[in-house]
Design a binder for this molecule. Structure first.
Ligand code: 13P
Ligand code: SF4
Length: 335
């Protein structure tokens, strides 16, 4: 009966919403389920703090892919967004990959529908396609090499200079890479809703208030913001930078979830989330934040929602991820 109800809810909502006893110790229950089912929880830095604290591994997109490829677990519970869970499934197709909420999407992935991209690509038949991993599994079938923000520079530099490049879907990361590598690229016009929201004016004022603070930013931010930054890097890159820098205060332009690990790693330092344009919580990713402890618990208990991909999509898309993993391994990059 309960299972039937769970299936119906899943079809309707994209996640399980069954009643949970409020007395239940969710941390203990999740840990027990993990053990009995030989499951692993992989969480992105943008997840709620309590999810990060129960995860077996916390990382950026590259690190999570590396873990998904290597884990000995039978079940991967992906506390992240849809494209990340799809990537995990492509890397470990024999494993069961679960995502607590199927509606945890991504504005960047949504900004590049595969059918439109296919037509766009036809206009540049002699170009090699590099796609940011923040794209759908289907887009990966139209891609030659994937990249993440940790390895993007090395991926572009691995391509012979006489080869022309299309970069999709993030125009901001693409523009940053063009500047950094001196390569000209054709850019798809996509962006991340979270990283485009920061206010340059408010950040300038904050820097006046905290003159000793360093301003650090993710390369998904727009160029005028990146031009002001003392350091630009992936979420793992930003975290490591705050650990090794002698500075005591940082203004951080990326999704606010990363502050949890920054504060844990450097309790003596102060981290100020870069302010968005409006007085909202727009620097929180609404997709990442769809995952909750309750959904995580139900997902592990009922082993749904599960990520399922057509065999042909895995077969045609995996080469672009494998290529990325090879280049990253050669360069010794860890996410
Ligand atoms: P990284 O995990 O590569 O830092 O990218 C951030 C992001 O926006 C993930 O959705
Ligand atoms: Fe997508 Fe941006 Fe959210 Fe990352 S932060 S999942 S790129 S919408």
């Amino acid at each position: 009966m309960e299972l039937q109800q769970a299936r119906e809810q899943l079809t309707k909502n994209g996640f399980l919403d069954l009643e949970i006893d409020p007395q239940l110790d969710l941390v203990a229950e999740i840990n027990a389920l993990k053990k009995s089912k030989n499951a692993v929880i992989l969480a992105h830095y943008y997840q709620e703090s309590e999810i990060q604290d129960i995860a077996d591994y916390i990382g950026d997109s590259l690190g999570l892919s590396q873990q998904a490829a290597e884990t000995a677990a039978d079940i991967i519970v992906f506390a992240g967004v849809h494209f990340m869970a799809e990537t995990a499934k492509m890397l470990s197709p024999q494993k069961k990959v679960l995502l607590p909420d199927l509606k945890a999407g991504c504005s960047l992935a949504d900004s590049c529908p595969p059918e439109l991209f296919r037509k766009f690509k036809e206009k540049y038949p002699d170009h090699i396609v590099v796609s940011y991993i923040n794209c759908t599994a289907e887009l990966k079938t139209l891609t030659d090499i994937c990249c993440t923000s940790t390895n993007a520079v090395q991926i572009i530099e691995s391509i012979p200079r006489d080869r022309k490049i299309i970069f999709a879907p993030d125009k901001n990361l693409g523009a940053y890479l063009m500047k950094k590598t001196g390569r000209d690229m054709v850019l798809w016009n996509g962006a991340c809703m979270v990283h485009e929201i920061f206010s340059r004016e408010k950040i300038v004022k904050l820097r006046e208030r905290y003159p000793d603070a360093e301003f650090i930013a993710h390369p998904e931010c727009e160029a005028p913001l990146l031009e002001m930054a003392d350091y630009i890097g992936s979420t793992t890159g930003l975290l490591k930078y705050t650990m090794k820098s002698p500075s005591k205060t940082f203004i951080v332009a990326t999704e606010a979830g990363i502050l949890h690990q920054m504060e844990k790693a450097s309790p003596d330092k102060t981290f100020i989330p870069a302010p968005p344009e409006n007085n909202c919580a727009c620097n929180e990713c609404p997709h990442m934040k769809r995952n909750t402890m309750e959904k995580l618990y139900l997902c592990l208990k009922y082993e749904m929602p599960e990520i399922l991909l057509a065999e042909s999509v895995i077969r045609e898309g995996i080469a672009s991820i494998d290529r990325m993993m090879e280049i990253s391994a050669k360069a010794g990059l860890l996410g």
